[in-house]
Design a protein around this ligand. Structure first.
Ligand SMILES: Cc1cc2nc3c(=O)[nH]c(=O)nc-3n(C[C@H](O)[C@H](O)[C@H](O)COP(=O)(O)OP(=O)(O)OC[C@H]3O[C@@H](n4cnc5c(N)ncnc54)[C@H](O)[C@@H]3O)c2cc1C
Length: 418
């Protein structure tokens, strides 16, 4: 057993923890970072990066399959799931190495061990070494939420971690939950010709989104023949040798090879200790990687950010993104709105990406919320996020020159019509 002293001890090496460690190290603070699994946390190893790497292959396959309209003939194209997974694993490895190097270069020490907080200034690792830290940050993240009766078994009932480990794609799958993770996997798997059925308890898909966004996604899914069941959940299942029988609350019977449970994430926490800060997913509010790293920057570098303007993105074709208030959050009469079809923009015709819209909600000169379904929505939303956080109103945005042909012209057109 050894005893060591540090200025700052951070438990958890995901976006919250590693951002805190790198920035604390760069500031010259003697920093120790504990990670019990792999550096990079959920985001790099089981979340944002692996899903988007697989999604890139899936969406490209889908686009090529449907590309005769734009003059490209791709008869008999196929995909290789093993290679898709290999590529995903290589990306993770490469990014993890880069990240570990950044942490090392910042001067922070990584301890590959589970860590336990003993009191507000003491951490113990799994080898019983003791670390005295003037300040402790908990960034222990989150894990997939279980549902009673649908406990993960790694084979038929999958979590978002398990699905990344499949060596073979199922022919059919039922996805429970249409949050970002459910929608993204629905898009990935249906692009790869898996028969997907999506079950959502709420009245609409993606219930966290603006109501018109939800309705448009439903329309897009219908046009793509993706089956979804609203106001529904699973009554019971029967695991059979070749598939799973599923009875829905509505009384309908369906079946599938696998079930993916994507109903949210439970926080991973340690016993509460006064004066110890918790950041990232473990904090238990917005569970997004960029929120986690902003909290870390606020804690270490005192860089403030406004929680009201955290952008949300759901990936796939078309992308879905928003910032600020949704229409259902506002009192009728207290706002004005514009909804511009993305097909009004020349670039969407060039790209054969006509489905979607830009919706802006405002009150006088002030932008209240922006909701986008479009190619490049993830980048478009940032332009509005910057404006909103800096109190740049409609009249000021009218003075900006937007390049042509781009999707950002859609923002300009919308603003000019408000
Ligand atoms: C499928 C999926 C897709 C996602 N896609 C996106 C996306 O596109 N964009 C986005 O912004 N977010 C996305 N997320 C969410 C994002 O991954 C999380 O918000 C982010 O990882 C949170 O960072 P964190 O550092 O708080 O926690 P985590 O990334 O969960 O990291 C916590 C770390 O702490 C470690 N740990 C826990 N307890 C201990 C202990 N006692 N000792 C030592 N180590 C410990 C864990 O091993 C883990 O590595 C996605 C998540 C999933 C599951």
């Amino acid at each position: 057993m050894e005893e060591k002293s540090f200025d700052i001890g951070i438990i958890g090496g995901g976006p919250a923890g590693y951002t805190a460690a790198i920035n604390a190290g760069k500031k010259g603070l003697k920093t120790v970072l504990f990670e019990k699994n792999e550096i990079g946390g959920t985001c790099l190893n089981r979340g944002c990066i692996p899903t988007k790497a697989i999604m890139h292959s899936a969406l490209l396959f889908k686009e090529l399959k449907n590309s005769h309209d734009i003059g490209i003939n791709t008869e008999n194209i196929s995909f290789d799931w093993t290679k898709i997974i290999e590529r995903k694993d290589n990306i993770i490895l490469k990014l993890r190495k880069m990240l570990e190097l950044s942490i090392k270069n910042s001067g922070a020490t990584i301890i590959n061990s589970e860590a336990q907080i003993l009191d507000k200034e003491t951490i113990k690792d799994s080898y019983n070494n003791i670390y005295h830290c003037k300040k402790i940050i908990l960034a222990t993240g989150s894990e997939p939420k279980q549902v009673k009766g649908l406990e993960f078994d790694g084979d038929k009932i999958l979590s978002s971690d398990d699905i990344l480990r499949l060596d073979k794609l199922p022919k059919s799958i039922v996805i429970i939950g249409s949050g970002a993770i459910g929608i993204e996997w629905c898009r990935i798997l249906s692009a790869l010709d898996v028969d997907v059925k999506l079950i959502e308890m709420a009245d609409h898909l993606l219930p966290v989104a603006d109501i018109e966004v939800s309705k448009r996604i439903e329309r897009i899914f219908k046009s793509e023949k993706i089956n979804f069941y609203l106001n529904n959940s699973i009554d019971h299942i029967d695991k059979r040798p070749n598939n799973i029988f599923i009875r829905l609350k509505s009384g309908e019977d369906i079946s599938a090879d696998k079930i993916l449970v994507a109903v949210g994430r439970s926080v991973v926490n340690q016993p509460h200790v006064d004066n110890v800060v918790t950041i990232g997913d473990a904090f238990g509010s917005i569970q997004l990687a960029h929120f986690a790293s902003k909290q870390a920057l606020e804690e270490i570098c005192n860089i403030k950010f406004d929680r009201k303007f955290v952008p949300f993105v759901v990936y796939g074709t078309p992308e879905i993104a928003w910032v600020g208030l949704r229409e259902q959050d506002l009192t009728p009469g207290s706002y004005q709105k514009i909804l511009l079809p993305i097909s009004a923009i020349g670039k969407s015709h060039c790209d054969n990406a006509l489905d979607g819209f830009i919706k802006i909600l405002k009150n006088d000169d002030c932008i209240l919320g922006v909701h986008i379904i479009s190619k490049e929505a993830s980048s478009l939303v940032m332009q509005m996020s910057i404006a909103m956080q800096n109190d740049i109103g409609i009249s000021k945005l009218k003075e900006i020159c937007f390049p042509h042909p781009t999707y950002s012209e859609g923002l300009f057109e919308s603003i000019m019509n408000l």
